[in-house]
Design a protein around this ligand. Structure first.
Ligand SMILES: [Ca+2]
Ligand SMILES: [Ca+2]
Length: 289
């Protein structure tokens, strides 16, 4: 008990204060909790001035066991305990599984925190899901009617599929987080798809989240196709239908136009019809960290 610091100065005034607080609390909501004890990283204990009880009374209650333990909600599991993003959550709770968590990318007040899906396993985890898409005409993949849908609110003047600003909560919940928020989460991106290989890319002179054409440093994360093992994109280009990633030629094309082009998903990076065919529920996902 010697470690209890004098943050709460025990003086004769205490009794007066207690009686004032007591009468004040009668009008207060019974659900309001007052902090009594706090501990700093060195293990020093502090008593709160607003504890409503004098030091000796608090000590008496601690010794006699007349107290309740309050568990604060683990990070990411409530709006009030939001993580910044899935990468932040991964560093705080390395054992956390993939799933929906509360995040607050701009920090500060959690009033604008929201729920998002985190992939905490692939390539070290820490990935925040920003887009889940499917196709308008998967079975006639190279028809101009085929496009990715919905699409993020990125600049693509020639695109006409639905624009989404709803946070996707799973890999088959086809929505896109407000594009302006992507860059507040991170720069590195992961693309997962059940018709093309999974890749993770870091910025070179180009950037997806900044919508900037240029080079990328991509690596293969999972070979989904049996073709062209090892090919990865090397650059990003901003087309009026949406961005595409280039290897020798197009590898991923996020074509959002149902009147022209087709949404290439070619593991060989040659802009050919090499996507995996006959897949039920064909889709793709972009994550950022
Ligand atoms: Ca905030
Ligand atoms: Ca098209």
């Amino acid at each position: 008990m010697k470690q209890v610091k004098k943050m709460f100065r025990f003086t004769p005034l205490c009794l007066v204060l207690v009686s004032v607080f007591s009468s004040a609390t009668r009008a207060l909501d019974k659900n309001i909790r007052y902090k009594v004890l706090e501990m700093d990283p060195k293990g020093n204990l502090y008593l709160h001035r607003t504890a409503l009880l004098c030091k000796n009374d608090i000590i008496k209650r601690l010794v006699s066991g007349k107290y309740h333990l309050v568990e604060s909600s683990p990070i990411g599991l409530s709006k009030d305990s939001s993580a910044l993003n899935c990468k932040h959550l991964k560093t705080k709770v390395p054992s956390a599984t993939s799933g929906v968590y509360w995040i607050d990318p701009d920090a500060g007040s959690h009033s604008n925190a929201f729920q998002a899906y985190c992939d905490q396993q692939t390539d070290g985890g820490g990935w925040t899901l920003v887009w889940s898409y499917t196709f308008t005409a998967y079975s006639s993949f190279t028809s101009s009617a085929n496009a990715v849908t919905p699409r993020p609110a990125w600049t693509a003047r020639g695109a006409n599929t639905r624009v989404s600003a709803t946070v996707p909560l799973s890999e088959t919940h086809y929505e896109a987080m407000n594009f302006a928020l992507w860059r507040s989460i991170g720069k590195e991106f992961l693309i997962k798809s059940n018709i093309n290989n999974w890749i993770a890319c870091k910025d070179g002179s180009g950037s997806l989240v900044m919508q900037k054409a240029g080079s990328l440093y991509c690596k293969l994360v999972k070979q989904v196709s049996k073709q062209c093992a090892g090919a990865v994109p090397k650059s990003i280009v901003m087309d009026s239908s949406g961005p595409y990633l280039n290897s020798a030629n197009l590898y991923y094309f996020f074509d959002g136009n149902t009147g022209g082009n087709w949404p290439t998903h070619d593991p060989c990076g040659k802009n050919q019809v090499n996507q995996v065919k006959g897949v039920v529920n064909p889709h793709g996902n972009i994550f950022v960290r």
